[in-house]
Every structure is written in C-alpha cells, then in structure tokens.
Design a protein around this ligand. Structure first.
Ligand SMILES: [Fe+2]
Length: 457
C-alpha cells in the first residue's frame, strides 16, 4: 500500500490512539439498540446490513495491518471477500446488492473479528514510533478513522431505512428556533480560493487550527482560484412548509420544473413527495426516528431526503436555482469585509453542539430553522454546517491539480455524481469541514439531503 500513498498528513501517535478508541467505540454505540435479526437484513440495493458496516470498517484497518505489520496473519479469506466494499485492488468481493443474502459471517463472528482487529491495531499503534514509515502509517490510520466516521453516518441512513421509528434511538430534546431567518444574502463576486489548503487560511486560523482541519480528503485539494459572479444565497435551508407548497402546486405532476432525467424518475418510481413522506387521511405526514408526524407540525424544519432532481425542480418552481459548490463555500468561509477566510461559518473554533446540529447533538433529525444562531456565517446564512447535506449544482469532478492520495477512495467516483456540502445531523463533529465534498447520484435520496437556493444578482 506504500506505493499508493502519495502525500501524508502529520498525525502524532498518542492523540490518535485516543481517537482510534473513541471512533471505534461510537460505531458500536450506534448499533447497540439493534436486535440480532436487524444486523443481517438489506432493505434496498443501496443500503448495507449493519453487520456489514461493522465488519467492513474493521476490514479497512486489516488491509493496513496486512501491509505494514510484519508477520501479520490474515484473519480469514472469507472475511476479506465479504467485507471488501468496492476495492478492485484488494481482490474479489461480494456484489453490493448481495450483502444481505448471507447469514455468515454471523454477527457474533463479525464482532469477534472487530475485537481482534482492535487488539492488533492498538498494539501496533503503541509501537508506531519505532517504525521508520510511521508518518505514512499514521496518515492511513487517520484515513481509516475518517472512513469509519463516513460509515457511522451511513449506518444512520441504513438503520433509518431498515427500522425508522422502530429503532430505539437515544433522541435528545430538540432546540427551539430563537431567531427568524428570512431572505437571501447578497454576496459579491470576484476571485475566490476554493478548496482545502493551509496557504489560504488566515494567520488567525493557523494559530487555532481546528482538529477537523488537520485532515482533508484528496478531493478537497488543491485550493485554487475560481471566479464568481455576484449572487444571492438563501439565508435558510428550504423548509418542509415551503416544499409542501411546491407539492400542493402540483410540483410532482408538472414536467416544466424537472430535468428530463428527473421527470423519468418521478414517473417511473411514482414519486409524490420526499422519501419518508406518507399521505394519510388527506394530509402529508413525515416518518422519522421518533414516529409519524403531520408535515404541518414540521413546517419550519429543513426538508430532507430529497434527490438532486427534486431540489432542482423546487428551485426552478421558486424562480431560483441551486448554488454551485464554490458559491456555497464562499458563503460558508468568507468574511465579507476583510476577505479573511474562516474554517467554519462561525469562525475558527471547532464545531460544538451550540453551533451546528451534528451527530453529537443526538437529535437524529434536522432542527428548526433559527435554532443555531451561534452557527451563523459572516453573510448571515444559517445552518450551513449540520442538519442536512446541501445539494449543489456542481458535478463531482477533480479540482484542477488534483493528485490522488489513496487509490480507489475518491478518484474513481469522478463521474455522473453531484456535490453536496455541509454535513448532516448524522455527521460526527470531527468529520466535517467547510471544504468537505460529499457526492451522490442525482436520483439518490436515502441519505440526509436537503438544499438552499441561489439566485443571480
Ligand atoms: Fe467503505
């Protein structure tokens, strides 16, 4: 694997041991309320059984042990086959839609595998300073932990698809809206530095350097200049209430708002509303982890589980458009007066539960618009980090100057997908950055996806 690591990020040993323990433990905390039968079911081709996630995230670390720990013995060839996701370079694997067709390895055997990998990894990390290539290895360990946090978020999506309100999530009380958020921010155009790069961080952020910014995926780099026209961006996410107006105006029945491909999906899959919306006794209801709620009671919450096609159709209906990822990132990172670049909309402090609705808040749902005034950006945009991933109109393609740092991780997905920004209520605090580029296909909506609109000025 050494040959495919082309750039390493400095990570020191002791903090990463604590981080390793914490991240690995959280995966098991997420699945703890599941019954044994829940772990092996695959409810759609795009989701994976929870058992697969807990094994696959361990498999990722086993590939590291197999490469770097002298004398490491492969745990099981069968496990290598079942728990590989899509890595051609790591050999044959089960087809994704078939992950739920096997009852072996059992849940018990998968947990034993996970514990074995943890023992090996912790022993390995204890001795890491004696390795001459420790920097490369530590960068890979951090990548493995970021990978695991991605799977923690996927677990939330997949458990929602599997059980939804039957899952006993430990849901915390939702914060109330304390401010009214309305209108659009008007943002000046010009040259803008897009992407992750320490060279464009302000001197102030260099001093504070949030832990989130010690790591970035290769697809966020290099920082490069793009030109933006003047534009306006919604100060709030599109709400269920606004989206319901679009539905009531026959949005799903009117071809004028849809891309051709989106219109095909609407008709083929008989879409009438977002995923997890149900029509009962003449009223739209939204099912989430806490039950079935009238949509009217959630009209001030961000709409979620909409595809790129639905977001685009709404935007057109509303006389607006989706923002590009550069427009989103400028609104999230730039202070209007000085042009200083900030790590997060609120400044350079790491995320906490007062600034953004992320996994640690324990809400298991988006929060009301105006519930996180402390997370407001310098352009007065709210909830850019957390709540729902925001669709942009940008294609997921490499930035100019892109260099792959890990084969088959990000670089092989640069076709036919759209970029989403900002993280969701299921994203761990440590995992999110303003430069983070998530990506999904235009028709997908089982993830926590919403949007805000933009407009030309
Ligand atoms: Fe993975």
């Amino acid at each position: 694997m050494a040959s495919i690591i082309r750039e390493s990020v400095a990570v020191s040993a002791p903090p990463i041991i604590a981080l390793y323990r914490a991240v690995r433990a959280r995966t098991m905390q997420i699945v703890a309320p599941l019954e044994i039968e829940d772990y092996v079911i695959q409810t759609a081709e795009y989701m994976s059984p929870p058992r697969w996630h807990i094994g696959h995230t361990s498999w990722f670390f086993e590939t590291l042990l197999r490469t770097y720990q002298p004398g490491y013995q492969t745990y099981s060839e069968e496990f290598l086959f079942y728990f590989n996701s899509y890595y051609e370079g790591f050999g044959a694997r089960i087809e994704r839609p078939k992950r739920g067709t096997k009852s072996r390895p059992t849940v018990k055997a998968t947990v034993a595998y996970r514990n074995h990998i943890d023992e090996q990894m912790l022993r390995f990390l204890d001795a890491i300073e004696s390795y001459s290539n420790s920097e490369t290895i530590l960068a890979l360990v951090r990548l493995g932990l970021e990978h695991e946090m991605q799977h923690q978020e996927l677990l939330v999506y997949d458990i929602k698809h599997l059980l939804c309100d039957q899952f006993a999530a430990q849901v915390q009380a939702a914060p109330q809206a304390t401010v009214k958020v309305e209108g659009m921010a008007e943002i000046e155009g010009g040259l803008f530095w897009l992407g992750y790069g320490k060279e464009v961080q302000s001197p102030k952020s260099k001093v504070q350097s949030p832990l989130n910014y010690d790591f970035a995926f290769d697809n966020e780099k290099p920082a490069h200049q793009v030109f933006l026209q003047d534009y306006a961006l919604d100060r709030r996410l599109v709400t269920n209430g606004e989206y319901l107006e679009f539905m009531r105006d026959n949005g799903y029945q009117d071809f004028r708002w849809w891309f051709s491909e989106g219109w095909e999906v609407v008709n083929r899959d008989h879409w009438l509303g977002p995923m997890y919306w149900e029509f009962h006794d003449g009223a739209w209801m939204i099912r989430d982890f806490t039950g079935l709620h009238p949509a009217s009671e959630k009209d001030n919450e961000p709409v979620s589980h909409v595809s790129f096609h639905e977001a685009s159709a709404f935007a057109k209906w509303a006389g607006k458009r989706l923002p590009t990822e550069a427009e989103w990132e400028k609104a999230a990172t730039h202070e209007s007066r000085s042009g200083e670049r900030l790590a997060f909309p609120w400044g350079n402090d790491e995320p906490d539960t007062s600034k953004a609705n992320l996994f640690e808040n324990g809400l298991w749902a988006p929060a009301a618009i105006g519930a996180f005034p402390a997370g407001e950006s310098r352009y007065n945009c709210h909830q850019m980090i957390g709540d729902v991933w925001e669709w942009t109109t940008s294609d997921y393609v490499p930035y100019p100057g892109f260099k792959s740092e890990f084969d088959e991780y990000n670089d092989k997905w640069f076709v036919n997908q759209k970029v989403l920004r900002g993280g969701s209520f299921a994203t761990p605090q440590l995992h999110i950055r303003s430069t983070y580029r998530n990506f999904f296909h235009a028709h997908e909506r089982w993830m926590v996806s919403g949007f805000r609109c933009a407009k030309d000025l």
